[in-house]
Each structure stands twice: as structure tokens, then as C-alpha cells.
Unconditional design. Structure first.
Length: 393
């Protein structure tokens, strides 16, 4: 009984909320949403009288609201209005298509009146608005491009994107979009300078310059690590390496003893007189022989590291001025532990046994550890470049 009551209450809440969604949308003046909500319900249950009433009222008001706005925009005479006019006509057409696909609707209180909607013929107006909107956006893009200004070029690109929404391959839109993309992009050359007074091979600099350009080339900024002599770069980002510090090779030795009690055979249990103890059946009593074993461990901890420090310098190539300088640092360490044992290895735990399996290895060369640190240096430079994008426009 309780379960049936809960099911009924849940169903009632669902029905009320469904009705409320379209009714509330109508009440707050969101006529288009009211049409969508009520249409969805009537498609499943065409006899829902409240939804029919909401649909009739919302549909008429939505169309009237759109047409009033269109009339105003046309009277205003601003060519920039054609995009909104086009969207309003498209909204009317879409709404009418939705309603046309509904089942036949009848109003029971009015002797079964068949609901008739007043449809607006939007096709000619939609085509005209689309044409006018595309022409205006295209002309505005050409005007913006003529200034040679980066900001205007970016605006032109957005205008041309909108033209492509109206028509595919409208005039030479794609060509102009490429031009706008080029003009609107800030071009940055990333270079590396070694001011550390340390001699490092060319391979080191090649690795540092392998920036992830797919990650940092976005939002109207394009970075390059190879100088194009035909390009006029807007900025030069210098990865300025100032200090290369390699620590000496260190081996730290630690000695400690591992002990453990283990069972090593058996022995007789003696009584207070030193004789072998007998059980109730007259048998000799035996017990485990517990002994303490130990093993001396010599553990060796090998360590060597490198630290690279420098700055990320932003130079305006036109003014030759230093705009910004950010500290840049990275460090990397080689560490290896191994051990030897003298004594009974049964006293060792798993962790110590693993150390015995780790054989001694040679230290990496200075250049190996510098190269390893260079990878981190490059990643840190990438992160810093991404964080400082707002300083390049």
C-alpha cells in the first residue's frame, strides 16, 4: 500500500512539473521555450488540454515578438542588423516546422475545435536577410583587413567565419580568412642563449629548442624555434641560460645489522634436575630450537645532480626593449642505492634483499646529467611561455 502511494505521488509530481515547465516559461515571457516544452508533451499525448492552450498562446506570442523585433530592426536601417534579422526569421521557421509536425490537436471545451496556427511565410525574407547579412559581414571584413591592424584582422576573421555560416565558399572568403589569420597572429621567435660560461654540445641546444609548438601555438599567437628570414617577428622570447651547476659525485655508506629469531631444529626439554622431561605417556618432550641470527649490511647511496638556472626574456623586436624577464630554473638528480651483506641472509627483509640485487652502477657523465636536466628546463620554459601569453598581443 505504501509503495503504491509513493509511485502515485512520484507520478503526480512528474506530471505537475512537466506542466509547470511550459506554464512557467509562458509566464516569464520565454515563449519559444514554452512552445518546445508543450510540443514535446503533445507529441506523446495530443489530448492534454492545458498544453494545447499553452502552445496556442505561446506560439502566437513568440511569432509576434519576433516580427515586432524584425520590424524595428528594419526601420532602424543599420546594416549590422541583418544578422539578427536572419536569426529571427530562422527562429520563426524552425518554430513553425516544429508545430507543423504535431498530431492534430482539438480543444474539447470548444466543441472539438481543431487548432489552426497562423503561419508566416518566411522563405523569401529569410533568403534576403541571409544575403544581406553575408554581404555586410564580407564588406566589413574587407574594411577591417585594409587597416593592417592585428586587432582589426582578428575581428575580420570572425566576420568571415560568420559569412561561411551563411554560404560555403562565398566569393573569396577562404582566401581572406587565411589573410586575416596571418595578419592577426602575433609571431614570436624563441631563441636560446648560453651565458653560463659552460661549454655544452649542439645536441643540448637542439633538445632545449624542441618545444611542444602544438601546445603553445594557439589563441592568435604562433611561436617558432627556427628563424625564418622572410618573417617579421613581433617578439623574441629568449631562453637565457645563465648557470649550469653539476654537483660532485657522492657515495654515502651506511652500516647496520639486521637480526631475526628463527627455528633451527629442535631440542629436549630438561627438568629442574637437568634430566629429559617426560610427558604423561613417558615420551621425551621436545621443543623448537630458537636461535637469533644476524647479518651486517653495508648500504651505499649514490647521488649526483645538476641545476640549470636562467631567465625567460621577452623582447619587443620593433622597439628592441626588454618587456619582461621571468626566472627559469630546473634540477635533476641521479640516485642509486645498493648494498652488500656479511652474515646470515635469512635475517633480511624483502626491502633489504632488493637492495642486494641492485648492483653498483657507474655515475652518469656530467653531460648526461645536464641533458637530463635540460629536458626539465625545456618543460618549465613551455609552462612559463603559456602562463605569460597575456603579455603578447
Amino acid at each position: 500500500m505504501v509503495r503504491n502511494l509513493l509511485v502515485f505521488v512520484s507520478l503526480l509530481c512528474f506530471i505537475l512539473s512537466s506542466c509547470s515547465s511550459s506554464k512557467q516559461a509562458l509566464k516569464r515571457g520565454d515563449f519559444n521555450s514554452a512552445v518546445r516544452y508543450s510540443s514535446k508533451k503533445l507529441r506523446k499525448k495530443p489530448n492534454k488540454q492545458k498544453q494545447i492552450a499553452i502552445l496556442e498562446e505561446a506560439f502566437a506570442k513568440a511569432n509576434q515578438q519576433n516580427m515586432d523585433r524584425i520590424t524595428f530592426l528594419k526601420k532602424e536601417g543599420n546594416p549590422d542588423n541583418w544578422d539578427e534579422i536572419y536569426r529571427l526569421y530562422a527562429s520563426i521557421k524552425s518554430r513553425q516546422q516544429l508545430v507543423k509536425t504535431l498530431p492534430r490537436l482539438q480543444v474539447k471545451k470548444e466543441a472539438g475545435r481543431i487548432v489552426q496556427f497562423n503561419f508566416i511565410d518566411t522563405d523569401d525574407e529569410l533568403i534576403q536577410a541571409k544575403k544581406q547579412a553575408a554581404e555586410y559581414a564580407y564588406a566589413n571584413a574587407e574594411k577591417l583587413l585594409s587597416t593592417g591592424n592585428k586587432t582589426d584582422a582578428r575581428k575580420a576573421y570572425e566576420e568571415l567565419k560568420q559569412v561561411n555560416v551563411y554560404y560555403n565558399n562565398y566569393k573569396n572568403t577562404n582566401k581572406l580568412m587565411n589573410q586575416a589569420l596571418w595578419l592577426g597572429t602575433t609571431h614570436v621567435i624563441v631563441t636560446l642563449e648560453n651565458n653560463s660560461l659552460s661549454v655544452v654540445p649542439k645536441e643540448f641546444f637542439d633538445e632545449i629548442k624542441k618545444l611542444n609548438l602544438n601546445e603553445i601555438n594557439r589563441d592568435w599567437i604562433a611561436y617558432d624555434t627556427n628563424v625564418d628570414t622572410s618573417m617579421n617577428y613581433d617578439y623574441n622570447v629568449i631562453i637565457n641560460l645563465k648557470v649550469i651547476d653539476v654537483s660532485p659525485e657522492q657515495v654515502k655508506e651506511t652500516q647496520y645489522t639486521k637480526t631475526k629469531e628463527i627455528v633451527d631444529g629442535w631440542e629436549y626439554v630438561l627438568d629442574d634436575n637437568g634430566n629429559v622431561l617426560k610427558d604423561s605417556l613417558g615420551n621425551d618432550v621436545k621443543q623448537d630450537k630458537v636461535v637469533t641470527i644476524s647479518c651486517l649490511i653495508k648500504e651505499f647511496n649514490m647521488r649526483k645532480g645538476a641545476v640549470l638556472t636562467g631567465t625567460l626574456d621577452y623582447i619587443n623586436t620593433n622597439s628592441k626593449q626588454l618587456m619582461r624577464s621571468e626566472p627559469l630554473t630546473s634540477e635533476s638528480y641521479f640516485e642509486h642505492r645498493w648494498a652488500t651483506a656479511i652474515g646470515d641472509k635469512r635475517a633480511l627483509d624483502k626491502k633489504t634483499e632488493d637492495l642486494l640485487k641492485a648492483n653498483q652502477v657507474p655515475f652518469p657523465s656530467d653531460m648526461d646529467i645536464i641533458m637530463r636536466t635540460g629536458f626539465v628546463f625545456r618543460e618549465n620554459a613551455e609552462s612559463l611561455i603559456l602562463r605569460n601569453r597575456q603579455y603578447l598581443n
